[in-house]
Write a protein that binds this ligand. Structure first.
Ligand code: HGY
Ligand code: MN
Ligand code: MN
Ligand code: MN
Length: 385
């Protein structure tokens, strides 16, 4: 499904969630970057709320569960508390973070970055989406699409944050364990590289006259693919997007732009891979007599979650007699940014064959239910003062 951030489809999903919330008498609000909050009051309004949730935006060919599972499981927790007439001391709030994926507009995690004051809402306004839309216009349309969700100051105080998410990898399924308690998240860097050469005739231009940005990109990428992941099983290097101009069968391209997504659990290794990518790209550009422009599009340092929240999730699993295992997330998540302002951790559920960012993404109803039960028990523990 294609529900990219701040799109018509994303606005429709937010609208539906807001309607469900209104139907249960929960209050809703949004902030300046359209993070959407749904609140069920507690008995002591002076206490900062417990925050649970995830994101609704998706990849161009994303699955139904990445993000949405965590957001709807969190909403289900509010409904379960309401149905059971449970009064928690702290309010419990559900959040849907804006633009976690970063696919249409980079960086990713814009909502949670802005919430913890490491974003740049003003600086993001003129960012263009891959299809050309302006971020500021799409953000305004998204805010205006939910007039019932008043815009309130960003970054309100919370006591803790817990996010349920599909693992997006094979570990839990292979281990036959229904719950992952996420202790940390590996680091991520996104680079966008543009090589500019000279369009020329494919048939008449000999090698020594060519300024071919695609040849340079292929050379650099081949060298990196042969060097980085084979040398380090923990390293991840992905070229996810490439545009070629003018993209004609018989024209030597004038310009090529491509993205490189780098991941590693160790910050210094992540930095050394980034340096290697930059060096290879610059060397290949020089070899092909080209201009290279390299931009950092996302930079999320690896991090660990709060041990106390990990313990609360562990205790929740224990009380529910649910097998669990601890693991570090290979995917980045809003929870890691949120952990800068409040104790946070995550609950993973297995997804079939570990496949995600793919429309065949699948989670069994049993695993969905188990994840929501652990989230409910965790939220209850955190919300009782
Ligand atoms: O790319 C990620 O790690 C996340 O799934 N958006
Ligand atoms: Mn996600
Ligand atoms: Mn994702
Ligand atoms: Mn996430």
């Amino acid at each position: 499904m294609n529900r990219q951030a701040l799109s018509t489809e994303d606005r429709a999903a937010r609208k539906r969630l807001a309607e469900l919330a209104a139907g249960r008498g929960f209050s809703i609000h949004q902030d300046a970057v359209a993070n959407l909050f749904i609140r069920r009051d507690g008995s002591n309004p002076s206490l900062p709320p417990v925050l649970i949730g995830s994101h609704l935006d998706s990849q161009p060919t994303g699955g139904r569960f990445d993000g949405a599972l965590g957001t709807l499981s969190a909403f289900e927790v509010l409904e379960a508390l309401e149905d059971a007439g449970v009064i928690t001391e702290r309010a419990v709030e559900v959040v849907s973070w804006t633009n976690e994926e970063g696919s249409r507009f980079s960086p990713g995690c814009m909502g949670s970055m802005a919430f913890v004051d490491v974003g740049d809402i003003a600086g993001w306004q003129d960012i263009r989406g891959v299809e050309g839309a302006r971020f500021g216009d799409e953000l305004a349309a998204t805010l205006n699409a939910l007039p019932e969700a008043r815009v309130q100051p960003i970054g309100h105080s919370i006591s803790a944050f817990v996010e349920v998410h599909i693992e997006q990898g094979p570990v839990l399924e292979r281990a036959g364990v229904p719950i992952g308690i996420v202790t940390g998240v590996q680091g991520t860097k996104w680079l966008e590289i543009t090589f500019t050469g000279e369009a020329a005739h494919a048939g008449t231009t000999p090698l020594e006259f060519r300024k071919d940005p695609l040849a340079a990109a292929i050379t650099a990428i081949a060298r990196l693919q042969q060097a980085v992941m084979p040398a380090d099983p923990l390293a991840r290097l992905t070229v996810g997007r490439m545009t070629v101009e003018p993209s004609s069968v018989n024209v030597i391209p004038s310009k090529v732009t491509f993205t490189i997504d780098i991941r590693h659990p160790e910050e210094d290794v992540l930095a050394s891979i980034e340096a290697r990518v930059i060096a290879e790209c610059r060397a290949s550009a020089e070899d092909h007599a080209l201009d290279a422009h390299i931009e950092k599009r996302f930079d999320m340092a690896p991090g660990t979650f709060d041990a106390a929240i990990v313990d609360v999730i562990e205790n929740a699993c224990e009380s529910l007699d649910i097998p669990r295992m601890k693991l570090v997330s290979g995917a980045f998540h809003d929870a890691l940014f949120v952990s800068r302002v409040a104790p946070a951790a995550m609950i993973f559920v297995p997804c079939r064959d570990g496949i995600s960012h793919n429309e065949s993404e699948f989670v069994s109803s049993e695993n969905i239910e188990t994840g929501a039960k652990v989230l409910l028990q965790t939220a209850l523990s955190l919300a009782q003062g």
